[in-house]
Design a protein around this ligand. Structure first.
Ligand code: CP
Length: 308
């Protein structure tokens, strides 16, 4: 089994054994960071961000720098030849000779998949439109594995924008491959999980799904609460966003009836959906989750590059 040379476009691109390999290595890195600080000497990460990002771009950059490699790319495509009309295919053909591995975020669903068809180096999807965000899923699953002890057998509530939230799409898809998980989908009617994903879960069988608009009615039974931002940038009109943006605002008081070992996750950035007073509660783990993103990305890149 080797991940060397593979692309990561969709979380299902990797087997559960390959995902385990990434998590095992991430945990080793957490325990002994110094041991990995030169494994990517001479390697270059190309970071192509056609959409805004803080965590994904900077954690990829930090991960490569922490392993002794270097980084090039853009965080604003209007300052690249994209502004002159260059296609994703041509950009990637060129980047394949400038970098050893590429992470791409793009507003169009499928753009990283297209890029992978023209690349000679591993392509990593850093988020494509409202579709998938597989490396966020790696950070999410490592958080669950470390803090809950297992990726199996949890009752997970996803709350907020389940229609456009790509982190939810990738995480649900992946969690459904592990046994014993139960899903509670909490959203306004207009922001429910897309039918294609729900049908996929139902078709896979063995998945317990419950949908509701009322978070407080289920808060007592949840092991993991995965909050999400209402994705303003994916709405077709401002009025709908304004009407729905504050559908859920989680405060510390609202966790009074929650389990003492329940964890609250969020891919970040947050807007209003988690009150700042919750940050002091030990169940709030979203900053740990963001930190784990560095270690999973170190593990992922070193395995795709075959330097470990
Ligand atoms: N979680 C996440 O993707 O954050 P950024 O948009 O800041 O990269």
């Amino acid at each position: 089994m080797s991940l060397k040379g593979k692309h990561l476009i969709d979380p299902n691109d990797f087997t559960l054994e390959e995902l385990d390999e990434i998590f095992d290595l991430s945990e080793k890195i957490i325990k002994d960071k110094e041991a990995y600080n030169s494994i990517c000497n001479g390697k270059i990460l190309g970071a192509l961000f056609y959409e805004p990002s803080t965590r994904t771009r900077l954690s990829f950059e930090s991960a490569m720098l922490r392993m002794g490699g270097r980084v090039l790319g853009f965080s604003d495509a209007t300052h690249s030849s994209v502004a002159k009309g260059e296609s994703v295919a041509d950009t990637i053909r060129v980047l394949s000779s400038y970098a050893d591995i590429v992470v791409m975020r793009h507003p169009k669903e499928g753009a990283p998949r297209l890029a992978s068809q023209y690349a000679n180096v591993p392509i990593i999807n850093g988020g494509d439109g409202g579709h998938q965000h597989p490396t966020q899923t790696l950070a999410d699953l490592l958080t669950i594995r470390v803090l809950k002890g297992s990726i199996e057998g949890n009752k997970i509530a996803f709350c907020g924008d389940l229609k456009f939230g790509r982190t939810v799409h990738s995480l649900i898809k992946t969690l459904s491959r592990y046994s014993g998980n139960k899903f509670i989908l909490v959203s306004p009617n207009e922001l429910r999980l897309p039918k294609y994903l729900k049908n996929m879960l139902i078709k896979n069988g063995n998945i317990d799904i419950y949908e509701t608009e009322d978070l407080e009615s289920v808060i007592e039974e949840i092991d993991i609460l995965y909050m999400t931002r209402i994705q303003k940038e994916r709405f077709f009109n401002e009025a709908d966003y304004v009407r729905l943006k504050d559908s859920y605002i989680l405060t510390r008081n609202k966790l009074n009836n929650a389990k003492s070992d329940m964890i609250v996750m969020h891919p970040l950035p947050r807007v209003n959906e988690i009150s700042y007073d919750l940050d002091e509660d030990e169940r709030a783990v979203y900053f740990t989750q963001a930190r784990f993103g560095i270690y999973t990305r170190m593990a992922l890149m070193s395995l795709l590059l075959g330097v470990i």
